[in-house]
Every structure is written in structure tokens, then in C-alpha cells.
Write a protein that binds this ligand. Sequence first.
Ligand SMILES: Cc1cc2nc3c(=O)[nH]c(=O)nc-3n(C[C@H](O)[C@H](O)[C@H](O)COP(=O)(O)O)c2cc1C
Ligand code: SF4
Ligand code: FES
Length: 529
Amino acid sequence: MQLQHEQGYVDDQSLKELSQRRKVPLYRLEGLVSFYTSFRRDPPPKITVQVCRDVSCIMQCSSRQRREFLRTIGQGDDVEVREVSCLGRCDTAPAVVVNDHPVAPLTLFDADKLGGWCDVRSSNEDDVRGNWCCDPYADVEEHYTTVKSLITKRVELAVVCIQRLIDSGLRGMGGAGFPTGKKWDLVARESSETKYVICNADESEPGTFKDRVILSELPHLVIEGMILAGLTIGAERGIIYLRHEYGPERRRIEVALDNARRLGALGKNVMGSGHAFDVEVFESPGGYILGEETALLEALEDKRGEPRNKPPYPGTFGLEGKPTLINNVETLAMATTIIHHDVPWWRDQGIGDFSGLKFISISGDVERPGVCEIPVGTTVAEAIELSGGMADGKSLKAFLPGGASSNFLASKHANVPLEFEAMRSVGSMLGTGAVIVFSEDRNLFELATNIVTFFRNESCGKCVPCRTGSERAVQMLEQVISGETDVTELDVLSGLAETLEQTSICGLGQVALNPILSSMKFFPDDITR
Ligand SMILES: Cc1cc2nc3c(=O)[nH]c(=O)nc-3n(C[C@H](O)[C@H](O)[C@H](O)COP(=O)(O)O)c2cc1C
Ligand code: SF4
Ligand code: FES
């Protein structure tokens, strides 16, 4: 990564020198460089423009407008235009990044500003901060007082943290929903002297951008969650695994880390506890698959980011074979809130029988796409209202409640709460809480095809069924859309989906065809429209 940063690319000569210097076989370095999307093999042009090609972004401009834009800017001197996977900025769709700076809300229609690309202010560096209910602190000097007060009271910190998390019912917000207290407890029980805490900040699934906002606005809650986790499980090292496109957020995290050190919350003697714990940021070399926890570990170990076979799970055999606690950004932030306020407060935040708060990313056909913090129990219809209602006054046709890997649900389910079990009971999932909204005139067959294409593009290729099955599915779907093939050809899709589900070693392959199958089941008219 250092070479890539310093030179802007990794040439053959530098790679050979690195191989000799580090005594690493050249084929291994070649294997790494060819795997990760952020490496270049040739000098970069003066201006690189990356345009997102995924679902929330393509909804904001027609294919004609898009082709026109790409053609126009591609003609500039020393300009390279690339279509890329979700940039984590689906709220400012269509998302565009110029020389690593997010330039939204610059839109595809502003192509005439090409000369001034580099001067365009990044989209969210100076955003006004929100008032977040989950933040217990009124100002910077109060940060980290949750960990401080537990240490000062000389309570059994690990016991208090684990018990509160278990009683709160908090579940992982990275998609799988594993109970957080149970995970902390499992890793705490491991007897190894070396353990690690990893914050998974690699969010890359189309429609998902809540972690970006949390990292930007509430980095202290995430860092404090890591400290509490470190002291609970007995780790001295924490790593924030951050997607490389989150440059502005990284700067905010670094400021928050410096502040945590100033306040004595990180370092050799955390808040006078006698325990050491520090946190570093690791910049992901790129790719959606790296958010899968074992692929992430492989990347941290300087290998190709291909998921491992499980078990063993990271809690017992994680980074460098040591017990490793991996949690999502939001999970760690909410862990701090729960441990600070205790469980009765957390329960009171929910609506009715539901407990707690939840961040959701909402994009697609709403007036104000963005991140909302909602009481659990809030319905999809209410979340749409919070986002200014349906765009252009149109009516709701369908939505994806949990990002690109969840099943489509029809408007009749808009009154279902955004909650794990509630979403499961109607045949979809909460996943990362990334709600993508589709209005009456959307063709869901085409949009679902775009989603399958995303999974095809991002498959790491380790499992043959995922690699070739996703490719075959995309080919068939494109042929049906172009009229080359009859729709009956798609009868094989459900069998293919079953094969992928049973033979893929990670969640990407297991769910890759779900969105298209659910769109075909609930909206068959869109197939031939
Ligand atoms: C293909 C794929 C991508 C994933 N990407 C992310 C991600 O970007 N961020 C994340 O927190 N979890 C992601 N996950 C889930 C992680 O593997 C893991 O379950 C999660 O980080 C655990 O944290 P949690 O228990 O707090 O949810 C992904 C899973 C898969 C299969
Ligand atoms: S299921 Fe797909 S993405 Fe996951 S490990 Fe296998 S090939 Fe890679
Ligand atoms: S930035 Fe385009 S779908 Fe996320």
C-alpha cells in the first residue's frame, strides 16, 4: 500500500525490489496486486473519475444520461473514467469520486465542470453534525467517561460489560445479527495471552452508508466501544479496518484517536487501569468481499482477501491465529451507549415491546436520502416519512430493507418494523439496515439484475459455483432484458440459487441470487415490461 500511495502505482521494477528486500516470492506479491482493486500497474492520469454503477446510483440517472456523461468526460486530456462498485455514498447518488475526493452532490449532469473537478469540495468534510440520541456526551471533554467510571468504581468491568450487552439483546449490525454480548463473552473466555479487537469499517454493500456517518460524527463512541471490548476480552491492540475510499472519515477518526490519547483513554495505562490498549487504522486495499470477517483477516495478514472456511471462527482463531473480536462500527458505538446508560434506558428507547436505537441508511426514491437514527419498532413507512417522503410525490412500489443482499418486499409490508425478527417473518432481513426505496415506475427486474451483477463483480472467485454461477446468471438475465432469450430460460435460476447457497463458503455466494428471485416472485410483470 505504501508503494501505491507514494508512486500512485506499483510497477514491475518496484515489485521486484520489494520482493528482494522483504524476501517474499515475487509471485506472492503479484498475487496480491492483481487481487486488490486499489493497486494500479501503470502511472495514473492527472484526473481519475470513479462513477458508481450500483443500484442506488443508477436509479438517479437514465442509461442514456450516463453514457453521455461518461463519453463527455472521458474525452478530457489526461482523464480516466471508471465505473466502480458502490462508493458508500449512496445518499449523494449518483456518487462520483475524483482523485480520491468524493465530489457529490456534483451530479452526472455537471460534466461541464470538468476543468474544476479537483477544486470541488468534498461532499461531507464540513457537514453539520447531527444530534444523536445514542451519544451520551455533551462535549469532547466528557468522552470516554463510561470506561473511566467503570474503572474508578473498581467494578469487574468485563462482567458488567458482558452482562449489559447480553441483557440489552444487542445484535451485530454488520449484517448477520449475531448476539454481541455472547460474542464478547466467547472471546473473553479464550485463554490466549494475545487477542485483538477489530472494528469492521469496510462497508461496501450498495445502499449501505450508515457506518460512514457514524465514523464521521461519532468516532469517539466507536473507539470507546473498542476500548471497553479490549479491556473485557483482554486485548491490547485494536484495529479499525477502514475502506480506502473513506479518506475524509479517516481524518476524523485520527483526530478522535489523538483526543482519546490526550484524555488517557488509549495508551499504556488506560484511564489508570493498569491495562494497555491502543487503536490503529488499517486502510483496506479494496473490494466488497473484504468486509467478510475472515477475508478481512487474510488482508490484514498480507494475503489475498479470500474468505476462510469456517469453523474455526475468528473468536477462537482470528488474526495471526489469535482470538479476535470483530464487530461492526455501529455495534461498537451502540455497545458504548448501552454500557453507559444500562439496560432499562436502552429498553425505553424502543417503541412498544422493542428495545433500543438503530441507524438506517435510506436511499433510492425518497426526497432526502441519508442516515437516520430511529427507535427500534419504527416502520419502513415511518422511515420514509423521516426522509421527506417519496420522491416527487410518487407512490411506493417496493423496498429492500437490508441492503442489496436482502429480499425485495412489496409496499404492503411498509408497516413492518425495521427489526431483525419482524423482517424475517415477512421473508426478508434487516441485514445492515440499508433501506432502498423504489417508486411505482421502477422496473425491479432490471434493478435486481444490476444487484446480481454487483455480486458477480465482487465475487472473489474462490468457490467455483459462486464464480461461474453468478456469471452465468448475469448472462441469462442480460439476454432476457435484451430480448435475445426467452424468459423461460430463467427457470433454472432457483436451482442455481440453491446450489450457490449450499456450496458457497461465504455469505456473498449464499445470497447472490436472492434479490432477483424475490423480484421475480413478487413482481413478475416487470420481467417482460
Ligand atoms: C460479503 C460480505 C461482506 C461483509 N461486509 C461487511 C462490512 O462491510 N461491515 C461489517 O461490519 N460486516 C460485514 N460483513 C459481516 C462480517 O463478516 C461480520 O459478520 C461482522 O463484521 C461482525 O460484526 P457484528 O457482529 O458487529 O455484526 C460482511 C459479510 C459478508 C459475507
Ligand atoms: S462465496 Fe463467492 S465471494 Fe464467498 S468465498 Fe466463495 S467465491 Fe468468494
Ligand atoms: S454509492 Fe452508488 S450504490 Fe452506493
